[in-house]
Design a protein around this ligand. Sequence first.
Ligand SMILES: Nc1ncnc2c1ncn2[C@@H]1O[C@H](COP(=O)(O)OP(=O)(O)OP(=O)(O)O)[C@@H](O)[C@H]1O
Ligand SMILES: [Mg+2]
Length: 248
Amino acid sequence: MLTVSRLSKAFGRLQAVQDVTLQIKPGQIVGLIGPNGSGKSTLLNCIAGTITPDSGRINFDGHDITGAPPDRIFRHGIARSHQDPALFQRMSVLDNTLLPARQQTGESARRAPLHHLWRAQENRLAGRAGAILQRLRLGNHYVTRASDLSGGQMKLLELGRSLAGEPKLMLLDEPTAGVAPVLAYEIFEQIATLRGEGLTFLIVEHRLEILFDFVDHLFVMHLGGLLAQGSPAEIAANAQVKEVYFGE
Ligand SMILES: Nc1ncnc2c1ncn2[C@@H]1O[C@H](COP(=O)(O)OP(=O)(O)OP(=O)(O)O)[C@@H](O)[C@H]1O
Ligand SMILES: [Mg+2]
């Protein structure tokens, strides 16, 4: 589904991502781990199109998306959440969730004043957004301003907003950072349910004790490069990984 080939990205003299090659199959939950600064977010940003790689290729679902703008990559079916939630702070939870829906009739300046042209679509989209928010336990917060949510709820809202774009692949950058342990586990249970419905995930996560329970496959980065890959059991037993990641 996703193939990253020999991808590199430098910031000045710092090689943030170096010659990374990896593949993700449809329906997988894949973990991307590594110490702080090892290049995980930069790799995710290259895939999502918010950073243009210096070299290498990214193929998704039969399309070469290398260097494509983020909106086009989103239209191909890749949605992402950010390490630091990037919400529209002064908009409500529901409005944030309604944003990614495609081809909204009321978005056109010409049609916007003509309510009858888009009211039914708006209702349908709001119903769908509402169902997503219920699922993520934000059902009591439709009208809450995004800025008034807790850190954990902001993470959930980002996840919900990504889902509303009906993606095929979700890139999640530390979906449980700042979230209480019980809720963190619940987020991963939701991810597993969504995978059962056909979604594919690439997840950066520092909480390995949770991540390892849910992933099919893991990639380990170190100093911009790919250090190892394998099943959770293989990675847990890998001596090099233990050395750089767990400091053993
Ligand atoms: N926009 C940028 N400009 C300059 N340097 C950057 C930029 N973004 C990241 N870096 C540097 O690139 C390296 C990789 O950063 P990246 O954010 O990809 O790491 P990470 O693995 O996501 O780390 P963390 O686990 O702390 O989130 C780091 O040394 C970081 O300081
Ligand atoms: Mg990061």
